[in-house]
Design a protein around this ligand. Structure first.
Ligand code: HEM
Length: 196
């Protein structure tokens, strides 16, 4: 029997029917979901397929890691946070793909006061676009920067900082970076485990 107190509705219907949110809030919600949430993740997953597809060594190592995780679980059993912690090599592949692929090329900032930097003055009010890819592909920071080499992350702090900022930085650092990485890691798990 159908429960009349529980009506199924599409996400957009719920959003449009809300009287708590302003029109601008609703538009922001849709744009954030489509652009910030959907586009970024799908580009990251496409790049993972591209890079892993071009590196048989990397694919082999990924397979070993994920087969070892799967061997301790039932075929239909879901992955857990504990499994995620074991995906060390996968993390390196994701970081390296974020570095080489540069899903987000730059972030938006505005100078709140005059800023002096290396002899230049950035006047208050100017808009700044820090280009993340120029850091990620700088040969002084990453030898052979165009080469996908997950091994370069071995023993390194893999969290974001000034040299690695795929999720931006400062006060507006993207708060869902771990969600994006979990999605990518679980996608890789199913890809390398189930495909061929
Ligand atoms: C997985 C790949 C993703 C990457 C590389 C990425 C990257 C970024 C970057 C660079 C920013 C700007 C941070 C800054 O200005 O310093 C950002 C902001 C944001 N991202 Fe993500 N993101 C990803 C996934 C997602 C997902 C899955 C969602 C939603 C579910 C999302 C929602 C947002 C939102 C709402 C903001 C604006 C935050 C704010 O300015 O307060 N992103 N993201």
């Amino acid at each position: 029997m159908e429960d009349s107190s529980f009506k199924k509705a599409a996400f957009l219907d719920v959003l449009l029917a809300s009287s708590d949110l302003s029109h601008d809030d609703k538009v922001t919600f849709v744009l954030d979901s489509l652009l910030a949430g959907y586009e970024t993740t799908s580009v990251l997953l496409s790049m993972l397929v591209y890079f892993v597809g071009h590196s048989p060594k990397c694919l082999e190592q990924l397979k070993r890691e994920h087969e070892s995780i799967r061997s301790s679980k039932g075929t239909e059993e879901f992955l857990t946070a504990e499994d995620y912690k074991k995906m060390e090599y996968t993390q390196r592949v994701i970081n390296e793909t974020l570095r080489c692929g540069n899903v987000v090329k730059f972030v938006h900032r505005r100078a709140l006061k005059d800023v002096r930097y290396k002899g230049y003055v950035i006047p208050a009010g100017w808009k700044l676009l820090p280009v993340l890819s120029s850091v990620h592909l700088d040969p002084a920071l990453y030898p052979n920067p165009q080469e996908l080499d997950p091994g370069r992350w071995e023993g390194l702090n893999q969290t974001a900082g000034k040299k690695f900022a795929p999720f931006g930085g400062g006060l507006r650092l993207f708060p869902g970076s771990e969600l994006g990485k979990v999605e990518a890691a679980f996608f890789l798990h199913h890809l390398v485990h189930c495909y061929r």
